[in-house]
Design a protein around this ligand. Structure first.
Ligand code: NAD
Ligand code: UDP
Ligand code: UDP
Length: 316
């Protein structure tokens, strides 16, 4: 009888917010999944529900060190994503993006695996083009407090394109915009988790600046669907491709919506805007629509309801 052949997929950062959802989805699709994580911001609780699955394996490892194994596809998500976490050890953040990318590309080169990089809208910096298309080259301050993340991710993109040109690798780059959902880290300082946690704890909601800056929030299930579609796309489809929800919301409005959905009686307090905080951010997802047939399906209110339910359960 022919042995069942399952795709072997490596997810770096698999115990993180996005990584844990990706592992869950890949297992559901019939893959063998190896989650590699150093647990800097990831948590065992995020993958607890997968530990009994015979097709799931997890390994504590820091991707700034080489990794030798046999694999068919690599999703490279390892990297702290929230400003609080990536600024905690900025040198390690750059190392994770740059040396981590080199190691994952080296691994892909040896095993001939397909490799996908989780890049970010931060490569556009504080943009003067709006909404951002993939050909916009960005406005990043290379010396500022966000630079370890932004420039690290930019360099990782460069490496992905150079390994492709120089070594013929099958590479893909996704530029992820603000994503939210269950399993966000409650202390990571992101606006959605902060506001929900504050509302549920009846603390004041901290709006930075005047709250008129905008972001566009994508629900995690939509985002994971975009990553899977990009990986499955033809080899010529290298990206970069923006993945995010193009519905723009002011931060102040988000606070009001979360107060409404939680029924919280918390008030709003205004705090200074952090350095280099982009005024506006919204993806142009024409390319994702065209080449991946992808666009977000989940409305903000629905996604927020799921996220609030998760925090209400875990914050007890
Ligand atoms: P997260 O912090 O929850 O997950 C990152 C994971 O990587 C964690 O589990 C962490 O422990 C692990 N990690 C960090 N450094 C590592 C290292 N050196 N070796 C091994 N593991 C390491 O963040 P997330 O929101 O799930 O983000 C995942 C990826 O998506 C990141 O690369 C991030 O830059 C990117 N991204 C996320 C968003 C978003 O809105 N969540 C937006 C843009 C880009
Ligand atoms: N690497 C790895 N796993 C592998 C193959 C390579 O972690 O299976 C790492 C290794 O540390 C190497 C890096 O990836 O330095 C880049 O590999 P590449 O083949 O591009 O470079 P070289 O081996 O020539 O330095
Ligand atoms: N923000 C806020 N209050 C908070 C956390 C964040 O007003 O408690 C603002 C922040 O200044 C930014 C926006 O919300 O303008 C999104 O911040 P986040 O850190 O979630 O994402 P990023 O800045 O990386 O898009």
């Amino acid at each position: 009888m022919a042995k069942e052949v399952r795709k072997r997929v490596l997810v770096t950062g698999g115990a993180g917010f996005l990584g844990s959802h990706l592992c869950t989805r890949l297992l559901r699709e019939g893959c063998d999944v190896l989650c590699v994580d150093n647990y800097f911001t990831g948590r065992r609780a995020n993958i607890f529900h997968l530990l009994d699955d015979p097709h799931f394996e997890t390994m504590r490892h820091d991707i700034t060190f080489p990794l030798y194994l046999e694999i068919d596809e690599i999703y490279n998500l390892a990297c702290p994503a929230s400003p609080i976490h990536y600024r905690f050890d900025p040198v390690q953040t750059t190392k994770t993006s740059v040396i981590g990318a080199i190691n994952m590309l080296g691994l892909a080169k040896r095993t001939k695996a397909k490799v996908l990089q989780a890049s970010t809208s931060e490569v556009y910096g504080d943009p003067e083009v709006h909404p951002q298309t993939e050909d916009y080259r960005g406005r990043v301050n290379p010396l500022g407090p966000r630079a370890c993340y932004d420039e690290g991710k930019r360099c990782a993109e460069t490496l992905f394109f150079d390994y492709r040109r120089q070594h013929g690798l099958r590479t893909k780059v996704a530029r992820i915009f603000n994503t939210y959902g269950p399993r966000m880290h409650p202390e990571d300082g992101r606006v959605v988790s902060n506001f929900i946690v504050q509302a549920l704890r009846c603390e004041q909601l901290t709006v930075f600046g005047d709250g008129r800056q905008t972001r566009a929030f994508c629900y995690v299930d939509d985002l994971i669907d975009g990553l899977i579609r990009l990986m499955a796309s033809p080899d010529e489809e290298t990206g970069p491709v923006n993945l995010g929800n193009p519905v723009e919301v002011r931060v102040g409005e988000l606070a009001e919506v979360i107060l409404g959905l939680t029924g919280s009686r918390s008030s709003i307090v205004y705090r200074p805007l952090p350095a280099d905080d982009p005024v506006q951010r919204c993806p142009d997802i024409s390319r994702a629509r065209e080449v991946l047939g992808w666009e977000p399906q989940v409305q903000l209110q629905d996604g927020l309801r799921h996220t609030i339910a998760y925090f209400a359960e875990t914050l007890t």
